[in-house]
Design a protein around this ligand. Structure first.
Ligand SMILES: C[S@@+](CC[C@H](N)C(=O)[O-])C[C@H]1O[C@@H](n2cnc3c(N)ncnc32)[C@H](O)[C@@H]1O
Length: 276
């Protein structure tokens, strides 16, 4: 049996046993080092060192950022996550931010299994969520996971009573007309992670962002495409990197040259003023 098959077999049995629910993520090393979370933690530390050295983005520490969101009570479902989903820390941050912004219209690029679609909808009770995912046959780098039955597009959405507020759109985020559903108050960009696609998705999202609207990118620092694209865009687009996570935030109300403290302050003031 090849190493690839063996690894897939192990992944499959771990997934089926609910193992991934146990995985602990960075910022808090698990006490049991046999837990895969320890590896994730080590990776995060190494990644953080690398990003510290070269990111041109203003940055805020996760703890400073979270202290701004003390009033938030993020609602997180204990849905199993896999290597492509936001970590628990990132989900908490994302949900807190959504509660802070109180969006009416949310866009997610890259539905995957719908874990984050559920989180976005449940933390913005007044919002309509549009989430875009490729046709199943076109999904590029998840075909292995699909063969294992680990991923069914948006499979979690139907399990909760947010179902009628979440609209799944099947298609390419680089082609689908975003203007018909916009403008959006909150956008989560997490589809194709190549440099070209991130530049493209970002340039398509920005004109469809409401005044004061917020964009969050996932996988900055964990994937070279997202990292390169955002590093490049940072010269003309105000962005805040939340260190200790792979999230980068932009608000339409920010201007280039703002400090990270000013950006955090502006997000804190966003509270209770839903943009649209
Ligand atoms: C990292 S996963 C998304 C994870 C999900 N947002 C979450 O938080 O759980 C990226 C997803 O984007 C999808 N994708 C890749 N390229 C895409 C494109 N051009 N248009 C729409 N979806 C795309 C992939 O098939 C994959 O399911």
């Amino acid at each position: 049996m090849s190493i690839g098959r063996t690894l897939k077999g192990i992944y499959s049995s771990l997934d089926q046993s609910g193992f991934w629910r146990q995985v602990v993520h960075f910022g808090r090393p698990p006490t049991d080092r046999r837990d895969l979370g320890w590896i994730t933690f080590r990776q995060a530390v190494l990644r953080e060192c690398a990003v510290r050295a070269k990111t041109p983005l203003p940055r805020t520490e996760l703890k400073d950022f979270c202290s701004l969101l003390v009033s938030a009570q993020p609602r997180i479902r204990p849905l199993p996550r896999n290597l492509y989903s936001p970590t628990w820390d990132e989900s908490i941050l994302l949900c807190s931010l959504v509660q802070q912004v109180r969006p009416r219209r949310i866009l997610e690029l890259g539905t995957f299994d719908g874990r984050t679609s559920v989180h976005l909808a449940e933390n913005a009770p007044e919002a309509e969520v549009v989430t875009i995912e490729l046709y199943p046959g076109e999904i590029p780098y998840f075909s292995g996971a699909n063969r294992l039955g680990a991923v069914q597009t948006g499979r979690w959405i139907g399990h909760f009573d947010i179902e009628n507020r979440v609209r799944q759109v099947i298609g390419d985020s680089g082609i689908i007309d975003l203007s018909s559903d916009g403008p959006f108050d909150f956008v989560f960009i997490d589809a194709d992670h190549s440099y070209e696609a991130v530049i493209r998705d970002t340039s398509r999202v920005l004109p469809n962002l409401s005044p004061g609207g917020v964009v969050v990118w996932h996988d900055y620092s964990t994937t070279s495409g997202v990292t390169q694209a955002l590093n490049e865009l940072a010269s003309g687009l105000p962005m805040l990197y939340v260190a200790g996570s792979s999230l980068v935030i932009h608000s339409a109300s920010w201007t280039v040259g703002m400090t990270s403290a000013q950006m955090r302050e502006s997000l804190a003031k966003t509270s209770g003023s839903a943009p649209s």
